[in-house]
Each structure stands twice: as structure tokens, then as C-alpha cells.
Design a protein around this ligand. Structure first.
Ligand code: A4P
Ligand code: MG
Length: 178
């Protein structure tokens, strides 16, 4: 971890990668709404979004998931950004019930520049980054050469270590935003 506090806003915008996941209601529409809300924040610009992919659930039996990733530019601190992500989940109908259970929207902070963060409520890179095909496939589409500061491998290299056989390009992509 660098000496910079995870609570202090940064001077110049930092590139961030987030993951979107959901398996209730209409996740494609929810993802688009989430990216619109994030882009409306004065300190966040949505720079890119991946196509959406569907995959069977990891965890307890539940409907298939839709997943995707987005790249943001932000001057928010890691903690401030996490709060915005959690507020966006709640604002779009997320109710926390079962761990790994069904949800309308999950927004995970995958990468924050090249920072390594370990705190009680925030771990970056996200602990599941290296072994989740439903994250690595869409992230490879938009950031193949980003180096994971934990493993020192690129996202594209990490993708080659996971089984992608059950990840499918989703039929419902909805209009690309922004
Ligand atoms: N937190 C710590 N680090 C982070 C981070 N890097 N990004 C803390 C986001 N949050 C982070 O999250 C609980 C707390 O984790 C947050 O309040 C934050 O302080 P949560 O989203 O409320 O809890 P959860 O969703 O029950 O757990 P978690 O670990 O986020 O779930 P996952 O790991 O995201 O898994 N199957 C498929 N195919 N696709 C999926 O997307 N997702 C899940 C959920 C299960 N199965 C899935 C998928
Ligand atoms: Mg989560």
C-alpha cells in the first residue's frame, strides 16, 4: 500500500475498473442506469463499458447472472468511491439478504490505479479478480493490458488461467452508455 490515505481525495483523476453483476429484474437496464448515475456524479467520468455477459451462478442456486465491467476516471478517494458505489446499488433497488445470494445490482471496485488497499471494509484489487471468468472476460474487452498490482500479471494473462466455457455474450445488451 502506498502512503496515501484511502480517505483523501486525489489531486488528478485516477483510472478505476469496476464490475457490474446482477440476476434479478432486468440487469441490462439496471447496468445502464447505474452507469448513467455514476457518470452524472461531478467527480466521475465513465470512460468505457464492456459488453454484457451471462453465466451460471457462483454460489447457491439462483438465476443466471449478467456481468460486465466499466472503466471510470475519478478524483474521489477509494473510500469515497466505494460509498458512491454502495449508494448506487441501494438507489437501484439492491437489498442485502443472503451472502452470494440473488441481487438486482452488485458494484465491485476491482482496480484503483495501481493501488493495493487492505482495510476492514475495502480490499483492492478485489479479492475475486484473479479467479472469476465473469469478471476477467469483460475486463479483458476494455482493459487487456492493465497490470494487476497483486499478481503483476495483465488482465489478459489472468483470463488465460480461468475457465471461460460458461461465459456467453448476452443477447440483451441494451443501448450502449455513455
Ligand atoms: N468490500 C471490500 N472490498 C470491496 C471491493 N473491492 N468492492 C466490502 C466492493 N466492496 C468491497 O459487499 C460487502 C462489503 O464488501 C461491502 O460493504 C464493502 O465494504 P456486498 O456486495 O454487500 O456483499 P456480497 O455481494 O454478499 O459479497 P461479495 O463478496 O461482494 O459478493 P461477490 O463476491 O461479488 O459475489 N455468480 C455469477 N455468475 N456472477 C456474479 O456476479 N456474484 C456473486 C456475488 C455471487 N455469484 C455470482 C456473482
Ligand atoms: Mg459486492
Amino acid at each position: 500500500m502506498t502512503g496515501i490515505s484511502i480517505d483523501v481525495p486525489v489531486d488528478s483523476p485516477v483510472s478505476v475498473a469496476i464490475a457490474l453483476g446482477g440476476n434479478l429484474n432486468n440487469p441490462a437496464e439496471t447496468f445502464n442506469n447505474a452507469l448513467t448515475r455514476l457518470n452524472d456524479h461531478p467527480k466521475i467520468t465513465v470512460a468505457a463499458r464492456s459488453p454484457w455477459y451471462s453465466s451460471p451462478p457462483m454460489g447457491p442456486p439462483q438465476p443466471d447472472y449478467l456481468n460486465g465491467c466499466a472503466l471510470l476516471e475519478t478524483s474521489l478517494s477509494p473510500n469515497e468511491l466505494l460509498q458512491v458505489l454502495l449508494e448506487t446499488e441501494t438507489g437501484l433497488g439492491r437489498v442485502r439478504e443472503v451472502h452470494w445470494g440473488p441481487r438486482t445490482l452488485d458494484l465491485d471496485l476491482l482496480l484503483y490505479g495501481d493501488r493495493l488497499i487492505e482495510s476492514d471494509h475495502l480490499t483492492v484489487p478485489h479479492p475475486g479478480l484473479g479467479d472469476r471468468a465473469f469478471v476477467l472476460q469483460p475486463l479483458t474487452d476494455i482493459a487487456p493490458d492493465w497490470v494487476d498490482p497483486r499478481s503483476h500479471k495483465t488482465i489478459q494473462q489472468l483470463l488465460q488461467t480461468v475457465d471461460c466455457s460458461q461465459i456467453q455474450l448476452a443477447v440483451n445488451q441494451n443501448p450502449p452508455t455513455p
